[in-house]
Design a protein around this ligand. Structure first.
Ligand code: AMP
Ligand code: ZN
Length: 418
């Protein structure tokens, strides 16, 4: 078996995967913010990591896969409002009703796509105590300051010894220049500082007591606290969508460094975006399609319904680090291709074995693994599987032949990857 190469966003290179503990993988992936239904773009990111999770399991690793639920603290980009509290106020529901509704929806959708459940699915609200402890530690280490009931991470101070921008490859000067000064941010010493704890205004419904008064934790902190709690101060893989690299993951690194004086993650993996009509699928812009609409066909961007398997196959035909554009034509083509694969699996059951093999099945199998070992290259894997389909059709017509052993190997390999 060849080495498994993973593209590490920290080094911007493919690196040989070496687990911290032989035989074990610790992987953390940022989960959804449960204030609305997940769209197909969100699903793409989680699907990429479901594929990664499955491949590690297939290789025989014991994997602890942690994927959180953000049920507090995620502030909107254009204001300092918490997404869940805002939605709760608008819909006149308890924040926990919003959280419950969309967590249930998330689980239902992932079940339809046949995702493996993560080993641990922690919530931000379930880890307030740990977050407060982490803030106390960062304050003690002199890398945060309290103003008027809120606590902010001191980015400039941190950057004196560490590199704020190590992941996103930003220079601190650019961060300073690009940070917009927003209303209500005047408490900060510097605009690029980020909130570890926010004072809750009277209308803010999700609120907890803390040494700094009543408030709520900042979004970035939950992932630092929950990843290191369940996977250790240093763990193997941290994943998420490309759009989370900055500021979210950059802040996660800074917080973990500030707490534990070490880099938290060995391999950072970032999935690329699903687009539609050339633009990023996003909740906020309305340019998105919901999984349920794919299954029912009820969306103007598609002409008919598609099954979850076809949608998964469509996504896997692109490499997880490439942008993928969703369109009716593209998913229809995937449906055809997927049908050919499925047909081949049926046809192969009636192929008879011969005395000798005219095809090199072992070399073909090795090529399938090579593709996966090359940074989970599913499009190349799928091209190999189609080579298998071609062979199966030739075998059926007696234009090629395989021994029983090779025939079994061909079937077995097709079944591993489909
Ligand atoms: P959110 O609920 O907004 O925090 O997003 C949950 C996950 O979905 C994050 O890992 C995002 O990076 C990812 N995500 C959001 N939009 C897209 C998109 N258009 N394509 C792929 N992943 C996305
Ligand atoms: Zn996160």
């Amino acid at each position: 078996m060849h080495d498994l190469l993973i593209y590490n966003s920290l080094s911007n290179k493919k690196e040989v995967f070496k687990p911290i503990k032989e035989g074990y993988v610790g992987m953390y992936v940022c989960g959804p913010t449960v204030y609305s239904n997940v769209h197909l773009g969100n699903v793409r990111t989680f699907m990429s990591f479901d594929m990664v999770f499955r491949y590690f399991l297939h290789l025989g690793y014991k994997v602890r896969y942690v994927r959180n639920i953000t049920d507090a603290g995620h502030l909107t980009d254009d204001s300092e409002e918490d997404k869940i509290s805002t939605k709760a106020r608008l819909e006149q529901l308890e924040p926990m009703e919003i959280v419950q509704k969309y967590t249930t929806d998330f689980h239902l959708i992932l079940q339809k796509f046949n995702f493996l459940p993560p080993s641990i699915e922690p919530t931000a609200t379930g880890h307030i105590v740990e977050q407060i402890k982490a803030i106390e530690l960062i304050l003690e280490n002199g890398l945060a300051y309290e103003v008027n009931g809120s606590v902010y991470f001191d980015v400039l101070k941190y950057n004196e010894k560490e590199h704020y921008g190590i992941l996103s490859k930003r220079k601190i000067e650019d961060a300073i220049e690009n940070t917009r000064v927003l209303d209500g941010q005047s408490d900060k010493k510097n605009p690029q500082d980020f909130a570890l704890w926010k004072k809750a205004e009277p209308e803010h419904i999700q609120r907890w007591d803390s040494p700094w008064g009543v408030g709520f934790p900042g979004w970035h902190l939950e992932c630092t606290v929950m990843s290191t709690k369940y996977l250790g101060e240093e763990f193997d893989i941290h994943g998420g969508g490309m759009d989370l690299k900055f500021p979210h993951h950059e802040c996660e690194i800074a917080q973990a460094q500030a707490c534990n004086h070490r880099a938290p993650v060995k391999y950072w993996m970032h999935g690329n975006m699903l687009t539609m009509n050339g633009k990023k699928m996003a909740k906020s812009t309305g340019n998105n399609i919901l999984p349920e609409e794919i299954f029912t066909g009820e969306n103007d961007n598609i002409s008919k319904p598609y099954t979850p398997s076809v949608a998964r196959f469509f996504m896997m035909q692109a490499h997880y680090r490439s942008v993928l554009d969703f369109s009716n034509d593209a998913i229809m083509a995937s449906e055809k291709g997927f049908g050919r694969l499925m047909d081949a699996l049926t046809i192969v059951t009636s192929v008879k074995a011969s005395e000798k093999s005219t095809l090199d099945v072992s070399a073909w199998k090795a090529k399938c693994y090579e593709a996966m070992n090359d940074d989970f290259n599913t499009p190349v894997l799928i091209a190999n599987l189609f080579e298998g389909v071609k062979w199966i059709n030739l075998l059926k017509e007696n234009q090629e032949s395989l021994t029983q052993e090779d025939l079994d190997l061909l079937k077995e390999t097709m079944h591993i990857f489909i």
